[in-house]
Design a protein around this ligand. Structure first.
Ligand SMILES: Cc1ncc(COP(=O)(O)O)c(C=O)c1O
Length: 406
């Protein structure tokens, strides 16, 4: 028997040999199909978190696994000294379906944001304005775990233990245009925002605010970086979340759902911004390799093909979930708010319910979600989830809330 079926050995090795940064629940999964996962004990769970917005096509999606295994049997990796057809194809598809003219591929969301930060500074450097190097980000944002991206993240808890932090970042209240206007000065090179702050509790930006931010960036000649690591690739019911806000960024970052679970990140930008990096200025050994890009192409194909119903499914299941969850809220004073967009939804409870406890209760009932802070659970299921499956989740949540009634 391999370790993948041996939970006790996995627990021992996890606690003894893996750096203790995740505090994982004592379960492990051996296989998946669609929105379902099976653990080492053969127990079935509905994956309502989808690897935190990663398993966009669900588990064991036929076309995705075929693309990966076909590519793996031909060529997994070759280096960036050479042209990579799969990378070229993915860049073409992403650029033709977005505002962008150029794409750079890497391996994670943090790495995509690193590229965005670097190119924003490089853009002004090569224009002869190296003093324009400060980036304004939002309080309560999350942009990653590398040194530059923790500096970009507007939450002290991620930065303080790892000081000195990378300089050149300022933090402004989210959804407050006056505060942003007051902060922009001659040193500002970019504003960097999530359109939905996922990691701090699923807080969407106001549409008027985002439009005002765009206008401000244009007027002041600064760049708008939109971090779509969590919201991109169909998650919010459009291919990219910025489409919901009727603006276009200058730079956008993607990762999570882009290759359905194969590590990938992407930084996309306009031709104008692309002048911010010259040959040799940036790179990544694994970034854009044939395997990751073959997976990316398989995911994007399922979203953009003319007969695709995936985005329509996101929108209809989303409407169903908001409808049912809001109905539950109307009946139960335990739910304070239901918010988000598409299939990225936060459910905030009142102080009688702890998010961590609710996550555990749902797991006992066979549903996987994430808990954020004291009071919010987040769901980000695969985009292929059916209405019937979504209903199973809502019914179970209702049952738990009913049992919790004082
Ligand atoms: C908005 C946002 N940006 C960046 C990141 C970092 O991505 P990664 O963990 O792939 O480095 C995340 C991860 O949760 C995210 O939600």
């Amino acid at each position: 028997m391999g370790i993948e079926n041996d939970l006790e050995l996995t627990k021992l090795y996890e606690s003894k040999y893996c750096l203790n940064v995740f505090g994982p629940a004592p379960i492990a999964f051996t296989k998946g199909k669609g929105v379902w996962l099976w653990d080492t004990q053969g127990r079935k769970y509905m994956d309502m978190i989808g690897g935190i917005a990663v398993n966009s096509l669900g588990h064991n999606n036929k076309a995705l696994t075929k693309a990966i295994s076909d590519q793996a049997s031909k060529l997994i990796h070759c280096c960036n000294y050479y042209m990579i057809p799969q990378r070229a194809e993915l860049a073409f598809k992403l650029c033709s379906h977005s505002f962008a003219d150029k794409a750079f591929f890497c391996n994670s969301g943090a790495e995509a944001n690193e590229a965005a930060i670097k190119i924003a500074r490089g853009y002004f450097y090569y224009k002869g304005q190296p003093e324009k190097n400060e980036i304004i980000t939002a309080k309560m944002s999350f942009h990653g775990r590398t040194m530059a991206t923790i500096a970009a993240t507007g939450q002290e808890k991620f930065r303080i233990p790892f000081a000195p932090n990378v300089p050149g970042f300022k933090y402004v209240d989210y959804n407050d245009i006056a505060a942003l206007e007051a902060m922009v000065d001659d040193k500002t090179c970019a504003v960097m925002l999530e359109l939905i702050q996922g990691e701090s509790g699923v807080h969407p930006a106001d549409i008027t605010y985002v439009k005002q931010v765009k206008k401000l960036c244009v007027e002041r000649g600064i760049l708008l970086i939109i971090d779509e690591v969590q919201t991109g690739v169909g998650r919010t019911g459009r291919l990219f979340c910025y489409e919901n806000y009727e603006i276009v960024p200058d730079i956008m970052t993607l990762a999570k759902g882009l290759a359905g679970g194969v590590p990938i990140g992407a930084m996309l930008c306009t031709d104008e911004v692309a002048t911010g990096m010259k040959p040799g200025d940036h790179g990544s050994t694994f970034g854009g390799n044939p395997l990751a890009c073959a997976a990316g192409n398989a995911v994007i194909d399922q979203l953009i093909s003319s007969d695709s119903t995936l985005l329509a499914n996101v929108n209809s299941v989303s409407a169903f979930l908001f409808d049912k969850l809001n109905a539950l809220k109307a009946k139960s004073d335990k739910i304070k708010e239901v918010r988000g967009m598409g299939l990225l939804i936060g459910i905030e409870f009142d102080s009688s319910i702890q998010a961590a406890g609710m996550k555990t209760r749902l797991m006992q009932e066979g549903f996987l979600v994430s808990a954020i802070g004291e009071s919010v659970i987040r769901i980000a299921p695969p985009l292929i989830i059916s209405q019937r499956e979504a209903a199973m989740f809502v019914n179970t949540l209702a049952k738990i809330l009913k049992g919790n009634r004082k």
